[in-house]
Ligand binder design. Structure first.
Ligand code: 6PG
Length: 480
């Protein structure tokens, strides 16, 4: 045996990960259910490093040095379960199975428990950065035991992206912590993308700019605090001209956003934890609405009266309004990240995970889809303890939101008045206003609940639990 690591499943992501490992001095055992794919990888890339192709899973396991480390990158769900079982049957106590796919974290918790009972380590590891990231350096979010991390650390650090020289990988926490954090990363990815899309819509429909002009705006924004991978690729997408028609490519792409489920999981988990993630939630719902094609077609056919989305901004004020949109985007983005980190904090408490939020922000600075310059600020805010309760409380972000606030309100108000949907801009602003309100109308809701269901309420001037006898004539209050 001479391979220090192995990869099972050699489709786009797995193949790229195996090559990345080989590029960094690892001897990599590779196995795929159909051997043809393994042969293809070796034929095309075998010269890039030390590969040990295996025709059977037995051969694969036998080629690994102990403790054996096998990274699986197969389809989520059933196929992953089957592969974990097959590997565990062939492996020995102390060996490590890593699931590097996008698994739902409760599955990871379940699998970790089952594999641990057999004396092996199971590590659910979030990997972000797509195919290119897997090949050139992803951001990696492993869970599992500390013990397994000792073995995995040098291997993962060798292949992870580097941000200011530091590898974008850290041990996130026990069992499903890594997959949980990767899931929230994806939720934040959804909100980032939707915020960019809303900005685009405001400039396109609202101000009548052409896609290429908007691409130029995003290029400029990429030199501000918005500097990020998603802003950068947005500029490229908007500059792309369709080869067939000569039109902007974005104009010939069907406007139904797809999704594979991680954003939905983020919201489901947030609901279970009772943590509002309005930015991510609205982003998921916006994709949902975009894909309700029959409903949308029918609504358009019925021709609802209302403004057409032109924002009526005078030519002379256009540049100022574009700058307002930039500020609204930044403020909403800060809110969405604050909410995402709140969700991680709540889950860590619930599952007893010891998650270092500053480290999470640091490993998101490179390799992953949401990589952005402002993650430096976020990691500083957690590092100093200023963001312990909410990212919004860290002085840097408090000030950023306060400064952006007027522009943010102008954009949301104008969009509402003239009919451009801005679900994440608007809901983030509502969250912010709700958060900073001394009193919320929730008092009235408590009154309603007590009225129809005797659900009781608390008083601001006395401890205890109270109920009003609504059905009686004098509606006396009693201590419940
Ligand atoms: C990443 C991406 C990756 C994948 C998304 C796409 O971090 O590299 O998030 O995991 O591209 O899951 O998600 P949707 O298909 O749901 O948009």
């Amino acid at each position: 045996a001479e391979a220090n690591v192995g990869v099972v499943g050699l489709a786009a992501m797995g193949g790229s990960l195996a090559r990345n490992l080989a590029h960094h001095g690892n001897t990599v055992a590779v196995y795929n259910r159909s051997y043809g794919r393994t042969e293809k990888l070796i034929a095309e890339h075998g010269s890039e490093g030390e590969f040990r192709p295996a025709e059977t899973l037995e051969e694969f396991v036998a080629s690994l040095t102990k403790p054996r480390t096998a990274i699986i990158m197969v389809k989520a769900g059933e196929p992953t379960d089957r592969m974990i079982d097959a590997l565990a049957d062939l492996m020995e106590p102390g060996d490590i199975i890593v699931d590097a796919g996008n698994a739902y974290f409760p599955d990871t918790i379940r699998r970790e428990k089952a594999i641990r009972a057999r004396g092996l380590h199971f590590v659910g590891c979030g990997v972000s950065g797509g195919e290119e990231g897997a090949l050139r350096g992803p951001s990696m979010m492993p869970g599992g035991t500390e013990e397994s991390w000792t073995t995995l650390k040098p291997i993962f650090e060798s292949i992870a992206a580097k941000a200011e020289g530091e590898p974008c990988v850290t041990h996130i926490g026990a069992d499903g912590a890594g997959h949980f954090v990767k899931m929230v990363h994806n939720g934040i990815e959804y909100s980032d993308m939707q915020l960019i899309a809303e900005s685009y819509d405001l400039m396109r429909r609202g101000l009548g700019l052409e896609p290429a002009e908007i691409g130029d705006v995003f290029e400029q924004w990429n030199a501000t605090e918005l500097d990020s991978y998603l802003i950068e690729i947005t500029a490229e997408v908007l500059h792309q001209v369709d080869k067939k028609t000569g039109k902007p490519l974005v104009d010939v792409i069907v406007d139904h956003a797809g999704m594979k489920g991680t954003g939905t999981w983020t919201v489901q988990s947030a609901l279970d934890l009772a943590v509002p993630v309005t930015g991510i939630g609205e982003a998921v719902f916006a994709r949902g609405l975009s894909s309700q094609t029959e409903l949308r077609d029918e609504a358009v056919k019925r021709g609802f009266a209302g403004p057409d989305g032109s924002l009526n901004v005078a030519e002379a004020d256009r540049q100022a309004f574009i700058d307002d949109i930039r500020q609204a985007l930044y403020a909403s983005k800060i809110v969405a990240y604050a909410q995402g980190f709140n969700e991680i904090t709540a889950a860590a408490k619930e599952h007893d995970w010891d998650i270092d939020l500053a480290a999470v922000a640091r490993i998101w600075r490179g390799g992953c889809i949401i990589r952005a310059k402002f993650l430096n600020r976020i990691s500083d805010a957690f590092e100093s303890g200023e963001a312990n309760v909410s990212l919004l409380f860290a002085p840097y972000f408090k000030e950023a939101i306060e400064n952006a606030q007027a522009a943010w309100r102008r954009v949301v108000a104008r969009a509402a008045e003239y009919g451009v949907p801005t679900p994440v801009f608007a809901s983030s602003l509502s969250y912010f206003d709700g958060l900073r309100s001394k009193r919320l109308p929730a008092a009235l809701i408590q009154g309603q609940r007590d009225f129809f269901g005797a659900h009781t309420y608390g008083r601001i001037d006395a401890p205890g639990v109270f109920h009003t006898l609504w059905a009686t004539e004098d509606r006396e209050e009693i201590e419940a």
